[in-house]
Design a protein around this ligand. Structure first.
Ligand code: DHB
Length: 386
């Protein structure tokens, strides 16, 4: 062999080593991107604690591979989410991306995941169409249409004839507004007005006054996790309940993370949602106890997105026998079904979205604490329910 040929073949060998097949990696890195600071830090805190609890309970080895999670803070900025996703793929060589605390943050990751062929597990965001924008998305959180349709059905069945809706003015809120209006009016109800408050620094008072002036039977509200307490404070100050207006919404508003600090005025509020810390099952009792011990807070619906997101990644790796090829991992995620602390759940084989039970709940005081007590179940609601 000539010197030149030898140099070239060494170079080829090096290049081959550098691009070692995904299968040969002994450590599987999961890049978790969340808002850990800023107005949506509670979402980041809950999702991370859920993901870490799954690992604490299930070990850090799957199919002979050691699992390592790297958590990065995007502060709630989509530019940061995108930059971190790219960095973690290129520098950290993560096999899976996960997290994404708000819809715009989740959407920023799609093009990166598609190009790199890396699965992106949505553990928190809820706008219905996100999963359509990359074949590498799968979701373990919820969708707003999924959580809203059962509420509209319940309202129509329970003597509510007129409703005003008030939602955050971006993807999830608009999904909820549309799903509520379509379902409720389809069942003979009337939506008197559709009000929208800005996502950033919302000032709810003028919208609540407008809703009160319209005198609906009920006010249906959707705000992202973390904004429920300030919304409900203003609802109480305006005395909507005293004016005979029933307060209903999705469970984002009566978030278990904040519910206990919202006060007894919340008692009687009816919401629909995919998870309550009061869910009555052995899996959930064990989950709430372990979560409280590990993270020193009550788990909310965001936490199970993190817990089940890690469950999905573990189960997919088991199925591929440790092969971290992104396309094979997403394939393995399709159709996966198991029992979560929230109840039965599965990943739809076509849409890669979550199918789960949605529960109707009422805020009640039990043993001196406020809980979302479930009293009706809509089984196996699809993420893209119309
Ligand atoms: C989204 C964020 C939330 O905190 C929530 O409760 C629902 C939806 C979102 O941005 O998708």
């Amino acid at each position: 062999m000539t010197l030149r040929k030898a140099a070239i073949s060494a170079g080829v060998a090096l290049a081959t080593l550098g691009a070692a097949p995904a299968f040969a990696q002994q450590v599987v890195k999961v890049g978790v991107i969340l808002p850990m600071t800023g107005p949506f830090a509670s979402t980041g805190r809950q999702v991370e604690a859920g993901a870490r609890l799954w690992m604490a309970q299930n070990g850090d080895t799957v199919a002979g591979k050691k699992i390592e999670i790297i958590v990065r803070d995007d502060t709630g900025s989509a530019d940061q989410t995108k930059r971190l996703a790219t960095e973690m793929i290129v520098n950290d060589k993560v096999a899976v991306l996960a997290g994404f605390g708000l819809t715009p943050l989740a959407l920023a990751v799609g093009p990166v995941a598609t190009q790199a062929k890396v699965p992106a597990v949505i553990m928190a965001a809820g706008t219905t169409t996100i999963v359509n924008s990359s074949p590498y998305y799968a979701r373990t959180s919820f969708t707003l249409s999924q959580n809203t349709v059962p509420m509209a059905q319940w309202a129509a069945k329970n003597g509510i004839k007129t409703v005003v809706t008030l939602v955050s003015d971006y993807g999830p809120g608009l999904d909820a507004e549309k799903a509520f209006k379509t379902e409720f009016e389809g069942k003979g109800g009337k939506v008197l007005d559709t009000l929208r408050s800005p996502l950033a620094n919302p000032e709810f008072a003028p919208f609540l006054q407008k809703a009160k002036d319209l005198k609906p039977d009920a006010l249906f509200m959707v705000v992202p996790s973390g904004q429920g307490a300030s919304l409900m404070k203003q609802v109480n100050e305006r005395e909507l309940a005293k004016a005979g207006i029933k307060i209903i919404g999705t469970g984002d508003m009566t978030d278990d993370d904040q519910l206990n600090s919202m006060g007894d005025a919340l008692i009687g509020v009816v919401t629909s949602h995919n998870y309550s810390a009061a869910h009555d099952s052995p899996e959930n009792k064990a989950y709430v106890a372990a979560f409280q011990k590990a993270a020193n807070m009550r788990p909310n619906f965001m936490s199970v997105g993190g817990f089940d997101g890690m469950a999905l990644i573990y189960k997919a790796l088991e199925k591929t026998k440790g092969d971290t090829d992104g396309t094979k991992l997403v394939e393995a995620m399709k159709g996966m079904a198991w029992t979560s602390p929230r109840g039965p759940m599965s990943i739809d084989a076509t849409t890669r979205d979550i199918t789960q039970n949605v529960y109707i709940r009422e805020v009640k005081k039990v043993d001196g604490q406020l809980w979302n007590v479930e009293f009706e179940t809509m089984p196996n609601v699809k993420g893209d329910v119309k």
